[in-house]
Design a binder for this molecule. Sequence first.
Ligand code: ZN
Length: 143
Amino acid sequence: MCSSSASTSPEQLTVLTSETYAETLPSYSEVVKDDSNYHLPDEYVDIEQFITTKVGAFGGRIRKIWPPDLQGRYTFEISGSYRYCENVQRNHKQNKIYFIVDPIKKTYIQKCHDSECYRFQSTLKHIDNDPRTLPNSRENNSK
Ligand SMILES: [Zn+2]
């Protein structure tokens, strides 16, 4: 077995990283990959798909998923043109919305970054994984 991955000392690694970073700027694709980061564990892949489909229908996408909080809830930052906020009952012009998703209870709430909506959170919604409600499911299933 060849496993030498842990042989670099932390000190060496820091020097190496800063030198490399100074000489080579990350490409655009690397920046994007870094930003889109984190995914839900495999058992919750349908939950992530639910949000992707929900916002994708309106031109939105998941910008970032934050690791779970103490209650096991994930925060989904949404970008693109999905900016509907339940508090103002319309799309925000610029401010982004986000979802707090509980994959165990299969519920989520919507919140947003607008200062007016600082204390607002939407009513609790249920994640419905019935494939008939997903607009693209027929195409995905056809072989
Ligand atoms: Zn709002």
